[in-house]
Design a protein around this ligand. Structure first.
Ligand code: M7G
Length: 375
């Protein structure tokens, strides 16, 4: 099925989540009687023409070489698959209002609401275009598993301090169950079967040292249009690190190399419209997928719907730095505090009980059943 077919067959069941800040809505439904999650996200406004044209002509990827990524990344693939160097004109910033798709020149309908003193409000319809100014990014997960549905469903969050003992007893067995080929198939398809090949931004791979390498590509969360919500993901070839818990001092040099490669490769890919120190580079704990991958996000990214802002993100710089202090067992020996939703399987599999135990140990009682009742 194409995404258009999937949309036509979608039968609504209920709302999963909606966030007016991030302008994302997720619905649960069925397609051919199997569960489906439909997500729509409004795209940002045009205010930098250069970036939009970039994403239409994605940068040419570099293979096996990161010696001079800047140079390589100044070449782009055009739609008819030719390689073209970037002109000076394309490198410069433009007047954001000049575009016929901007919210200045691109207003096709306007309904003035009110004005008061020096304040004026109106509703507007803007000119849209599928390449130049698309309205929204739509994605479908089908068939969706229970894990997907729980992940997207609105849920109550809790702060958990996971000790090394809790990791061994509760989390590690869960991670082993989640590390099957089937659950990580999309990762292997990108790494080994050319899935999403046209979207790859950078590939660092050397057959003699395959474990060293990674593939950098846009995360499905990114609309591919708005630089300020840039969201990339770097998938590592090595499969011996399932989560940050497996980081050991001997991984330090490698992690440092990955970190600086990401910082040096990404800015030229986007015409230096983003700088290295505007990139938030982090990993999640708990992640949804237990195969090492690194998130790279623009510092201005508004809300990461259950990611950065709810305490799952560990900056890669911190993860590296701590290896100096954690001893030979690395992150295996740390207590890690993070946020987890009640729908996460680990909450029911023991984290809930442990949190209650920890609170009792420091004499924090359960809240009374009725709070602030007025007699
Ligand atoms: P995570 O930390 O395991 O999960 O990150 P979480 O962020 O959901 O907590 C996995 C990342 O991979 C997420 O940012 C996903 O949006 C992204 N991702 C997931 N899938 C299935 C794909 C995919 O097929 N392609 C791409 N490019 N990214 C994906």
């Amino acid at each position: 099925y194409t995404l258009r077919d999937l949309l036509q067959k979608f039968e609504f069941i209920r709302n999963l989540d909606s966030n007016p800040e991030t302008k994302i809505v997720s619905l649960l439904g069925t397609i051919d009687s199997r569960d489906a999650i439909l997500t729509a996200e409004k795209t940002h406004f045009i205010h930098n023409d250069t970036i939009r044209r970039q994403s239409i002509h994605p940068p040419l990827m570099t293979i096996n070489s990161y010696k001079d990524p800047k140079k390589e990344c100044h070449f782009f693939k055009t739609n008819d698959n030719k390689v073209k160097p970037v002109s000076d004109d394309e490198l410069g910033m433009r007047d954001p209002c000049a575009s016929e798709f901007s919210f200045v020149k691109g207003v096709v309908e306007l309904k003035e609401l009110t004005s008061n003193d020096n304040f004026h409000w109106a509703l507007a319809v803007l000119r849209e275009h599928i390449d130049e100014n698309p309205t929204a990014k739509i994605s479908v997960i089908w068939p969706a598993t229970d894990v997907h549905i729980r992940r997207y469903d609105q849920q109550k969050l809790h702060i958990v301090k996971e000790t090394p003992e809790m990791y061994q007893k509760i989390v590690k067995p869960f991670i082993n169950e989640m590390s099957t080929f089937k659950k990580l198939e999309w990762v292997y398809k990108i790494l080994y079967e050319n899935s999403e090949q046209g979207r790859i931004i950078y590939k660092h791979y050397n057959e003699l040292n395959a474990n060293d390498g990674f593939i950098l590509l846009p995360d499905t969360r990114w609309d591919g249009e708005t630089l300020e919500s840039l969201y990339l993901v770097a998938l590592m070839y090595r499969n011996d690190i399932k989560s940050i818990r497996d980081f050991r001092p001997q991984h330090k040099d490698w992690l440092i190399k990955i970190n600086s490669l990401l910082k040096s490769v990404i800015p030229p890919c986007y015409n230096y419209a983003i700088r290295a120190d505007e990139l938030r580079i982090f990993i999640h704990y708990q992640p949804s997928y237990y195969h090492l991958h690194v998130h790279v996000v623009h510092i201005k990214h508004p809300g990461l719907s259950g990611g950065l802002h709810d305490g799952k993100a560990i900056q890669i710089d911190d993860a590296i730095e701590y290896l100096d202090f954690l001893g030979s067992d690395g992150w295996n020996a740390a207590s890690i505090t993070y946020t987890i939703g009640e729908n996460h399987p680990l909450w029911g599999r023991g984290l809930k009980d442990e949190v209650q135990k920890q609170l009792k140990e420091v004499n924090i009682n359960e809240p009374p059943k009725v709070i602030n009742s007025i007699k």
